[in-house]
Write a protein that binds this ligand. Structure first.
Ligand SMILES: *Cc1c(COP(=O)(O)O)cnc(C)c1O
Length: 380
């Protein structure tokens, strides 16, 4: 089956007992046993496994082309679980402009438990190889990155990882499996915040991990041991969202390309970050490894924080809010919102300046979105 069909039919659908087309929500903590040691339907306790969650896990696994999928309470719960594949003393090489929460988890939580992290710009073989140490065990990738939309050459990164016997984990939240399938390039574990495009309607927080055969058992063990799983109702919402993922991604991209193009022509805008622009440094790699460039656009405004403030206040359709990937367009200020947990010095070094604005381009009529940006750019 092809992607659009899998998004609607993967997993046990229709459900076996009554033929329900919509996946039933098994809102139960526990399941009856037939006999000591023998649950009636194969399920015993919902932390370990739940039938609604299983359909979502199978669906995401098939969309990513992986062996096994797992659904988590949030994207951060998924990341927390994956990073526990490592033990104290292990070292991770990680992108320097990853999601702010990823940076915070690694730098402010996992470092205290004995893991070591080096954050680098993953734009060359040399940069990655120089960061590898004898105790390096994992390469953590995010491409396109949040909020700068930097592109990592996955083929190159995986090649280095294989030579040094490292696990590769990749956060595929921005691209979604519709635009990019990291496992096809040899990545071991794909991580998602399903809160974003996979669910797509800003009404749930959730996470997912898809693995190759090698890591499936360990990830399930950790999910069950740490209790990081998603609730049945949240899984149902994400399943409903995924049914329209291909349609939504195509429209997000079409709208984002038009907005990026418009912003590029505005004198008040000093810089536009969108991998679909031929001026973007990662454009050629993105074109090679992705099926499209996605729906996120970042840009810098002339006049710094003051200009940004006035712009964000004037927006009518775009709401000033964290998060992304929903039907409704959102704008946010990474320096004080999604990436506020990064120390200023580090943030500015990687390019997340006070003048940077990040847009999640929604599914509205693109002319309305551009009109909204036009009026917000007018000097007050
Ligand atoms: C939002 C986000 C996360 C964290 O996911 P939550 O569901 O908010 O816990 C991780 N990575 C990326 C790229 C994100 O955008």
């Amino acid at each position: 089956m092809r992607f659009e069909t899998l998004a609607i039919h993967a997993g046990e659908r229709p459900e076996r007992r009554f033929g329900a087309i919509s996946v039933p929500i098994y809102q139960t903590s526990t399941f009856a046993f037939e006999d000591v040691g023998k649950p009636r339907g194969g399920y015993d306790y919902s932390r370990t496994a739940n039938p609604t969650r299983k359909v979502l896990e199978d669906t995401i696994a098939q969309l990513e082309g992986g062996k096994a999928g797992f659904a988590f309470g949030t994207g951060m719960a998924a990341e927390t679980t994956v990073i526990h594949l490592l033990k104290a003393g292990d070292h991770v090489v990680c992108g320097d402009d990853v999601y702010g929460g990823t940076y915070r988890l690694f730098q402010n939580v996992m470092s205290n438990l004995g893991l070591e992290f080096t954050f680098i710009r993953m734009n060359s073989r040399r940069a990655i190889e120089q960061a590898i140490k004898p105790n390096t065990r994992m390469l953590w990738l995010e491409t396109p990155s949040n909020p700068l939309l930097n592109i990592v050459d996955i083929e190159m990164a995986v090649d280095i990882a294989k030579r040094h016997n490292l696990i590769t984990a990749m956060d595929n939240t921005f691209a979604t499996p519709y635009l990019l399938k990291p496992l096809e390039y040899g990545v071991d574990l794909v991580v998602h915040s399903t809160t974003k495009y996979l669910n797509g309607h800003c009404d749930v927080v959730g996470g997912a991990v898809v693995t190759t055969e090698k890591f499936a058992g360990q990830v399930h063990f950790l999910l069950n041991a740490m209790g990081t799983c998603a609730s049945p109702f949240d899984c149902w919402l994400v399943l409903r969202g995924i049914e329209t993922l291909p349609l939504r991604m195509r429209q997000h991209e079409q709208n984002a390309a038009a907005v990026a193009d418009y912003l590029s022509q505005q004198p008040a805008v000093t810089r536009v970050y969108y991998p679909g622009l031929s001026s973007h440094p990662g454009h050629d790699i993105a074109r090679r490894q992705m099926k499209g460039f996605g729906g996120m656009v970042s840009f810098e405004l002339k006049g710094g924080l003051q200009a940004v403030n006035s712009f964000l206040k004037k927006m009518q359709i775009f709401a000033l809010a964290e998060s992304l990937g929903g039907a409704a367009s959102l704008a946010e200020h990474p320096a004080t919102m999604s990436h506020a947990s990064m120390p200023r010095e580090f943030r500015e070094k990687v390019g997340i300046t006070d003048a940077l604005v990040r847009l999640s381009i929604g599914l509205e009529n693109v002319d309305d979105l551009i009109d909204d940006i036009r009026q917000a750019l007018q000097p007050s």
